[in-house]
Design a protein around this ligand. Structure first.
Ligand code: DGL
Length: 420
C-alpha cells in the first residue's frame, strides 16, 4: 500500500506532493492546511455529509445555482426526466470562494502555476476539514463538517488542479468523489449533438492549459464521433467586467463583442469548412453574460467578412448545468446520494470566502485592503505554516455591491440561501 501511495505522490506536481504529505502528517486536522483524516471512517455517516463546492471567487455561485435548481432526474427512480423536485433537494452544500487569491486565470501569464496548483489543493483541504475563521478572530475554529464530494466549480482550477486533487484524495484514502466543470462541459458538448465548429471562451489560464480542446476531443473521440475544429479565446477582462469591477469601465456588451470577434478570428485561422456552431462558456462568469455574447455573434455575422464563419443559431454549452448532472450521476453510482426522506447532517448550506489574514507577518496589502497584486503573483509554494488568507463566513454584506446585484438578480436560489 505504501508503494502505491508513493507512486501516486510521484505522479503529482512536486508542490502539491508537499501539501499532500503535510496533510497526512497532521492527521488530526488542527494545523493549517490539514483535515481530520478519521472523518470518513463510517460509510453510512459519510453519506449524510454535505457536498463541497469551490471556485476562485463568487463566479462559481453560477454552478451552485445549477446544483440547487437542477431537475433533470426522477429522484425516486434516478431515471432521466424532470419530476418537479430539485435533484439535490436532500443534499446540503458548503461553498468556498477563494476571492483573496483570485483571479486564478492570471497566474499562468506570470509563470506561477506552481503556486496556483497548491492553492487549488488547499481549497480542497479546506472543504475536507473542519477548520474555519471568523472575520475578526485571530484563532481558527473547528466548526464546519467535512464533505463527501468536491465540485470544482472553477474552470481554471479544474484545468490546473483536477488531477492533483484526485491523486491527493487517493493518496489520503478519503472516499470522496471529485467532479470538475471541464469534463462535465465536454460531456455537455457531446450531449448537445451539434454539427459545425466549436468555440471555447474562457480565461487566459484555462486557454493556455488547452484543457478544453483536449477534453472535448477525447470525449467526442471516446463516443465514436469525429472531432470538429475547436478554437479558443482567453479573456483577461470579461469576467471582471461581468462582476462590475471598476477596472473595466465599458459595458459587458463591449467586452463580449471584443472576445466574440477574437474567437471568430481564431476560428478562421483554423481554416474551418463549417461555421462556428457551439460556444462553450468555459468561465464561471460567462453564463451570466450569455445574452450579450450571443448578441455579439449576431452582430459580427452582419459583417460580410465574418458571415460564413458563424452559424445563424448558436448552441451554448453551460458547463454549470452539465456539472450538476455529472454530480448526480457520480453520487448515485458511488452510493453516496441521500434518498428521499433522508437528511444531511447540515441543516442548511454554508458559504465561505477567503480574505487577507492581515496579522500574518510579511503579508502585503494594497490600498483597498486586498492582497497586493505583485505580492499575490510572486508567492512560492511549500510554505505550509504561513497563512496569508483565511476562510471566513460569506454574507451578502461581504460581496461587492455590483456582484451582489448580479447574484440577487440572476442567481435567486443562491441569493435566498445566502440571505437566510
Ligand atoms: N472562476 C474562474 C474560471 O472559471 C474565472 C475567474 C478567475 O480567473 O479566477 O475560470
Amino acid at each position: 500500500m505504501k508503494i502505491l501511495t508513493a507512486l501516486l505522490l510521484l505522479a503529482v506536481a512536486v508542490h502539491a506532493a508537499d501539501l499532500i504529505e503535510h496533510a497526512r502528517a497532521h492527521a488530526d486536522g488542527k494545523a493549517a492546511f490539514s483535515f481530520d483524516a478519521s472523518a470518513w471512517s463510517d460509510a453510512e455517516a459519510t453519506r449524510h455529509l454535505p457536498i463541497g463546492v469551490f471556485d476562485s471567487g463568487i463566479g462559481g455561485l453560477t454552478v451552485l445555482e445549477a446544483l440547487l435548481t437542477l431537475d433533470a432526474f426522477h429522484n425516486d427512480t434516478l431515471q432521466p426526466g424532470a419530476d418537479g423536485v430539485p435533484d439535490f433537494a436532500q443534499e446540503r452544500f458548503i461553498y468556498l470562494g477563494d476571492q483573496a487569491n483570485m483571479p486564478y486565470g492570471n497566474y499562468s501569464a506570470v509563470n506561477r502555476t506552481d503556486y496556483l496548483r497548491e492553492l487549488i489543493v488547499k481549497d480542497a483541504v479546506f472543504l475536507l476539514g473542519r477548520r474555519t475563521w471568523t472575520a475578526a478572530g485571530t484563532e481558527p475554529q473547528f466548526n464546519k463538517p467535512p464533505v463527501k464530494a468536491i465540485v470544482i466549480a472553477c474552470n481554471t482550477a479544474t484545468a490546473y488542479g483536477l488531477e492533483d486533487i484526485r491523486k491527493a484524495v487517493a493518496a489520503w484514502k478519503v472516499p470522496v468523489i471529485v467532479v470538475g466543470v471541464v469534463e462535465a462541459g465536454a460531456r455537455g458538448v457531446l450531449e448537445s449533438k451539434v454539427t459545425g465548429g466549436i468555440g471555447v471562451l474562457a480565461t487566459v489560464g484555462t486557454c493556455a492549459s488547452k484543457v478544453y480542446p483536449r477534453t472535448i476531443a477525447s470525449t467526442l473521440g471516446r463516443a465514436g464521433q469525429s472531432v470538429p475544429v475547436i478554437a479558443q479565446q482567453g479573456s483577461a477582462t470579461l469576467a471582471g467586467a461581468i462582476e462590475g469591477d471598476a477596472a473595466f469601465p465599458d459595458s459587458v456588451a463591449v467586452y463580449a463583442l471584443k472576445e466574440a470577434r477574437a474567437l471568430t478570428e481564431a476560428y478562421r485561422a483554423e481554416k474551418p469548412t463549417a461555421p462556428l456552431q457551439t460556444i462553450v462558456l468555459g468561465c464561471t462568469h460567462y453564463p451570466l453574460a450569455k445574452e450579450e455574447i450571443d448578441t455579439a455573434f449576431t452582430a459580427l455575422r452582419q459583417d460580410a467578412a465574418l458571415h460564413d464563419l458563424i452559424a445563424e443559431h448558436r448552441t451554448f454549452v453551460n458547463p454549470a448545468e452539465a456539472t450538476a448532472r455529472e454530480l448526480f450521476r457520480e453520487l448515485a453510482q458511488s452510493k453516496l446520494r441521500l434518498k428521499p426522506g433522508e437528511v444531511c447532517t447540515l441543516e442548511h448550506g454554508l458559504f465561505y470566502l477567503s480574505v487577507p489574514r492581515v496579522e500574518e507577518v510579511g503579508i502585503q496589502l494594497s490600498g483597498d485592503g486586498s492582497l497586493d497584486k505583485d505580492y499575490k503573483y510572486s508567492r512560492s509554494p511549500g510554505q505550509l505554516d504561513f497563512e496569508d488568507t483565511k476562510n471566513v463566513p460569506l454574507t451578502p454584506a461581504l460581496i461587492p455591491a455590483n456582484s451582489a446585484k448580479l447574484v440577487k438578480e440572476r442567481l435567486p436560489a443562491v441569493w435566498k440561501a445566502l440571505s437566510r
